[in-house]
Write a protein that binds this ligand. Structure first.
Ligand SMILES: Nc1ncnc2c1ncn2[C@@H]1O[C@H](COP(=O)(O)OP(=O)(O)OP(=O)(O)O)[C@@H](O)[C@H]1O
Length: 659
């Protein structure tokens, strides 16, 4: 009875090693895992109900991509179905001729016209099949390209808040597979259409031959259909279980060979330890495989046995009809062929319905994503920010992340005058990064307002505002492209003239880095590619500074440059030079915001704001804040002590709360 039941994914047997290393089975928490069990949930009824909708969706997408190609595919598939019917009629005519009266030569002669039609039908069938393959081959990449472009376009246009929202990220993740599955749905639909038309034309011919053959066809194909679906599900369970173990052992394999783990693997003796765990997991997976293979074999055996019984019953009925004179031998011979081709069509139809069901789930997610992304897109339109502004001002700005109860920023007010450097300091989690995302326009404040030269940003075009913002963060993007492109990408659309990048290179002190690269500016900076080179963290930061220079140099209107921990990987000398460079970037038409834990770089800022738990607790110049002897002075003193610089000891403990 167990094999009659729908297979389910049970909790896999977890080996002692998996338990020890991962605390249980290793499962991904990604968007696509939502559909892992889709095939198992499919019943014949749900498949029948949902298939027309899925086919309709595929047709719509294909129609949008290339209607001519779609019409050709439909024409070819219907044509092939008609050829199948013609073939059966030909077979029937040939049987009648061969089993008729007269000499063998006469009988063959009588069969010749039908055989000629059969040969012609075979030629037509081949031509239709190739034309269908060619047209479907045109549709598939087109549909995939359209869906991928829609996906990427929608993804790059959503608010940063959406990207940081875990629910949206899951949708983004699962919708990534939509275009591939939309492409696959074309070939699945063509295969399904082919099988369905083949089945219908076979049934039509059987009906013409003898009505009793129709229930017989059903009797044979029903267990076949059930068996095909069940075997597919069992195979799927087997793959799912196997994948869980495979994932764990692959992870171990990667850890043992990865560059980042290489030192600990050797020094701490992690290698032999993990290898022993790998062996244990592999043995466990092999046992599991054996068990699943046995289950699959039993289902296949049952399905074939049921179908065999039905076939035997059909032949018995045919024998009874023939001996009773109710069916001719020729009709019986044709029926045997028709039943065989009909059940083959049904088998492949079941497989395609299974595929279609799973594929459509990803495509539906893709469609859901497009709707959700449009809802969360950065709004277009609004006024252009004024060309010249005296300052950028934040007025009692508050911000709370959607999945947090506590706001990350409370009532923050500050002013960033053009031509000045404003430093923002504070402990970890104080809200500095959130604040710079608000200043750059990437996040929209929950309360309060931001204005450029007195114009509230809510009325301004966000994309034009982004044009006026430059950003250099500690984790800035290291693009796997050439060194030149890594600098140019500061303003990618801006044309580069001969020697123009050299200014940025000189400014950021990248020249000695380039001198070591095999192709200078043309060297690909990505270890994983052949002929490419990887830079050290500090060298990358210099490239980042050159990129910021490029961005600011190509900006004419008043702008803001945000630098967040720009020197964390630099040696002390390079750090001093980098801070000098950053100060230089604050031209009369630019405000620089500096976020850093390095107090040596902060002291030269024109104005300093101290954040604590999302609030501004102090602000002023370095000298004013040291004199105030509160949180800033305490932070400065701690770092100064490391370098032997002295500051007067406080006469009372430093206050951290707002005055
Ligand atoms: N994407 C996010 N989603 C939810 N909460 C966040 C997110 N980013 C930051 N937070 C929370 O907001 C608060 C402020 O974080 P923020 O990153 O702005 O601090 P920070 O001062 O830049 O810290 P650090 O010096 O460690 O970089 C923290 O409590 C943090 O956990």
């Amino acid at each position: 009875m167990r094999i009659l039941r729908r297979p389910r994914v049970a909790e896999p047997k977890v080996s002692a090693s998996e338990q020890e290393l991962f605390g249980g089975p290793l499962r991904y928490d990604m968007g696509w895992t939502e559909h892992e069990h889709a095939r198992l949930e499919l019943t014949l009824w749900t498949a029948l109900r949902s298939t027309p909708r899925q086919v309709w969706g595929t047709l719509r997408r294909a129609w949008r991509a290339d209607r001519g190609a779609l019409v050709s595919v439909g024409f070819c598939e219907i044509g092939q179905g008609i050829v199948t019917a013609v073939n059966l009629l030909v077979l029937n005519a040939v049987m009648h001729a061969l089993l008729g009266t007269g000499t063998p030569a006469d009988r063959v002669r009588t069969a010749l016209p039908a055989l000629a039609v059969g040969a012609g039908a075979a030629v037509v069938n081949s031509a239709l099949a190739s034309w269908s393959t060619s047209r479907a081959g045109r549709l598939e990449p087109l549909v995939e390209r359209i869906a991928t472009t829609e996906y990427l376009d929608a993804a790059q246009a959503v608010e940063l808040e959406a990207i940081e929202d875990p629910a949206f990220r899951r949708l983004l993740d699962v919708a990534y597979y939509g275009p591939t599955y939309a492409r696959r749905m074309i070939s699945t639909c063509v295969a399904g259409l082919n099988s369905a038309i083949g089945l219908v034309s076979t049934a039509g011919i059987l009906l013409v031959l003898h009505w009793a053959l129709i229930p017989m066809l059903l009797l044979i194909v029903a267990p076949r259909g059930w068996g095909a679906m069940r075997v597919a599900q069992r195979r799927y369970v087997s793959v799912l279980n196997w994948v869980e173990h495979l994932r764990a052992s692959r992870l171990i394999g990667n850890l043992l060979t990865e560059r980042s783990a290489a030192q600990e693997v050797r020094l701490h003796g992690v290698g032999p330890y993990l290898l022993a765990r790998y062996r244990d997991m592999a043995e466990n997976a092999e046992e599991e495989q054996q068990r699943l293979a046995n289950g699959k074999a039993a289902t296949e055996l049952l399905a074939t046995a049921l179908s065999g019984l039905a076939t035997a019953a059909t032949y018995a009925v045919m024998f009874w009809l023939i001996t009773g004179g109710r069916m001719s031998l020729a009709v019986a011979g044709t029926a045997v062929f028709a039943i065989r081709s009909g059940s083959a069509s049904l088998g492949s139809l079941v497989m395609t319905v299974n595929d279609l069901h799973e594929e459509s789930l990803y495509v539906q997610d893709h469609e859901r994503f497009l709707v959700e992304a449009a809802r969360r897109a950065i709004p277009r339109g609004g006024a252009a920010p004024p060309e010249r502004v005296d300052a950028i001002a934040l007025d009692r700005v508050g911000y709370r992340y959607p999945d947090r109860d506590e706001p990350a920023l409370h009532e923050v007010s500050l002013t960033l005058p053009m031509g000045s450097v404003t430093a923002v300091v504070g402990d970890n989690g104080a809200g500095k990064s959130t604040l710079v995302k608000i200043i750059s326009g990437l996040l929209v404040p929950s309360t309060g307002s931001v204005s450029w030269g007195g114009c509230p940003v809510t009325g301004l075009d966000r994309f034009q505002l982004f044009e006026r913002v430059g950003q250099l963060t500690q984790d800035f993007q290291r693009w796997p492209m050439t060194a030149a492109m890594n600098i140019r990408i500061g303003r990618p659309e801006h044309p580069v003239t001969e020697g123009e990048l050299d200014r940025s290179v000189r400014f950021a002190g990248v020249a000695p880095v380039l001198a070591k690269l095999p192709d200078g500016l043309n060297t690909l900076l990505a270890r994983m590619f052949r002929g490419a080179t990887e830079l050290s963290g500090g060298e990358w930061q210099k490239v980042g500074l050159a990129r910021s220079h490029r961005r600011t140099e190509t900006s004419v209107a008043d702008s803001v440059l945000i630098v967040d921990e720009p020197t964390s990987a630099l040696d002390p000398e390079a750090e001093i030079r980098a801070f000098d460079r950053i100060r230089e970037l604050a031209s009369p038409h630019r405000a620089v915001v500096l976020v850093t834990h390095r107090m040596s770089g902060v002291r030269w800022a024109d104005h300093i704001y101290v954040l604590n738990k999302g609030r501004v607790v102090e602000h002023g110049t370095h000298d004013e804040l040291v004199a105030a002897d509160r949180q800033y002075a305490s932070m400065f003193r701690v770092q100064a002590a490391q370098y032997g610089t002295t500051l007067p000891r406080p006469t009372r403990p430093p206050a951290t709360e707002s005055a």
